[in-house]
Design a protein around this ligand. Structure first.
Ligand code: PMT
Length: 407
């Protein structure tokens, strides 16, 4: 139910911190990945070893840890997730958040984050009722932070009232609900191309490239996670078809174009495939044999351009068409030229180099290019690039809907 979702769990100080251990177990059992920040207070109640063992990830405790900062960095920690939760959230932690303080790893990460944040306050009932705490809650809620009210009952301190951390199963339910409701692309249809295309020379040989489909498949999953109804048109890859996504497997560029066109109408098209620009002019129906000649000449014809075809103005043009550009030199000039020549709306450009192979690796460094702007995105996993791109897509459609509503 949390398939592949990345959760950053901040455990702050409070007797209820023991429930966060069970929460970690449940998140993982439900298919989520969880990284944890343990505050100094949190570490008084649960140990880094138990948190690391259950999460099967390193535990982050110190803003000034050279090792953690080199390997992950608090900024990356704050971005490399789909949701941040704080369980338990102490009164102190809420006060720090409300006042933008950044004196330790948890508060700095929260201040640096651009991700949704959900807090599970837990404290003594008097502390909860205190005007200072209530003001902080109002401030945080007004900033879009989701506050899950504490439960009422017996407290560890012997008092009775509101302030108990919900049980781990209830916290898990809040997470699942968050992901179920967070579907800004619901009702929109998307086509994604992924992987290479193979152009056959004879029954056993083909012209192809090194694309693995990792990037395109990640984009299809991210679009589907945000509620879009996705058709993935994939060239030959060893990846398994993503769950719950209509996947059409093709081999050649002509087939990829055919199935993209058959999948219209769509609102969004993302062409991440590394499409063969050329196909052998002649297909030999039996295996080409070595002859006396030590050379073989093949002539090629140009393949149709799928991105350009989908971008051409027509009644069935998707409202947003995104292309990729893989270049070995003059990356940005070539990417801008592709934007114009192919008529798409955005281009995600990657330089293919020894430092950044782009093809068949898990990480990539890309630029996001529009007719007005160029943004350099830091090197990150293809899943993160997919999520970032799809967040842009969601924002684009939200702005469009707002403009229409305001007209
Ligand atoms: O699959 P991975 O191993 O994860 O690698 C990801 C990737 C490197 C393949 C991906 O990030 C990427 O750059 N994809 C586009 C590769 C490419 O073919 O770029 P291009 O510059 O040659 O083509 C520009 C755009 O036109 C692309 O959107 C391409 O899909 C599209 N195109 C190209 C030729 C053609 N005949 N039809 C097309 O639609």
């Amino acid at each position: 139910m949390l398939n592949g979702k990345k959760i950053l769990l901040v455990i702050s100080g409070g007797i209820a911190a023991y429930k966060s251990l069970e929460l970690i177990r449940l998140i993982r059992k439900n298919g989520g990945d969880v990284k944890c920040i343990l505050t100094q207070g949190g570490a008084q109640f649960v140990t880094p070893l138990s948190v690391a063992s259950l999460s099967e990830n390193p535990v982050y405790t110190d803003l000034w840890s050279l090792k953690d900062e080199t390997e992950m960095g608090h900024i990356r920690l704050s971005r490399d997730c789909d949701l941040i939760i704080i369980a338990p959230t102490s009164a102190n932690m809420m006060a720090k958040m409300a006042h933008g303080m950044a004196g330790d790893l948890a508060s700095t990460t929260l201040l640096a984050s651009n991700k949704p944040i959900m807090v599970f306050p837990a404290m003594n009932p008097q502390m909860w009722e205190n005007a200072a705490t209530q003001d902080n809650i109002k401030t945080l809620a007004a900033r879009g932070i989701k506050i899950i009210s504490p439960a009422t009952g017996d407290m560890a301190c012997g008092e009775v009232g509101k302030g108990r951390l919900p049980e781990a199963t209830e916290m898990l339910e809040s997470l699942i609900t968050h992901f179920q409701n967070n579907k800004p692309l619901a009702g929109l249809r998307a086509i994604v191309t992924s992987g290479p295309t193979f152009e056959p020379i004879d029954p056993v040989r083909f012209v192809g490239n090194r694309s693995s489909g990792k990037q395109g498949h990640a984009i299809a999953r991210a679009l589907s996670d945000m509620g879009a109804s996705v058709t993935l048109v994939s060239g030959p890859t060893s990846l398994k078809d993503p769950d719950d996504i209509k996947t059409i497997r093709v081999e050649t560029t002509a087939q990829m174009l055919e199935f993209c066109q058959k999948s219209l109408p769509a609102d969004i098209a993302v062409c991440a495939a590394a499409v063969a620009d050329w196909a052998p002019e002649q297909y030999a129906s039996s295996k080409i044999k070595k002859g006396n000649d030590d050379k073989l000449s093949l002539s090629f014809t140009q393949n149709p351009d799928i991105l350009k075809t989908l971008s051409t103005p027509s009644s069935s043009r998707p409202a947003l068409v995104v292309g990729f550009a893989a270049e070995t030199e003059h990356l940005l000039d070539n990417a801008k030229a592709k934007l114009t020549k192919k008529g798409c709306d955005w281009v995600v450009a990657n330089l293919v180099s020894a430092d950044n192979p782009a093809f068949n690796v898990d990480e990539n460094q890309v630029y996001f290019v529009t007719s007005k702007t160029v943004e350099e995105w830091p090197k990150s996993s293809k899943d993160d690039i997919a999520r970032q791109l799809v967040e842009r897509i969601a924002k684009h459609f939200a702005n469009k809907a707002f403009k229409i509503a305001a007209e």
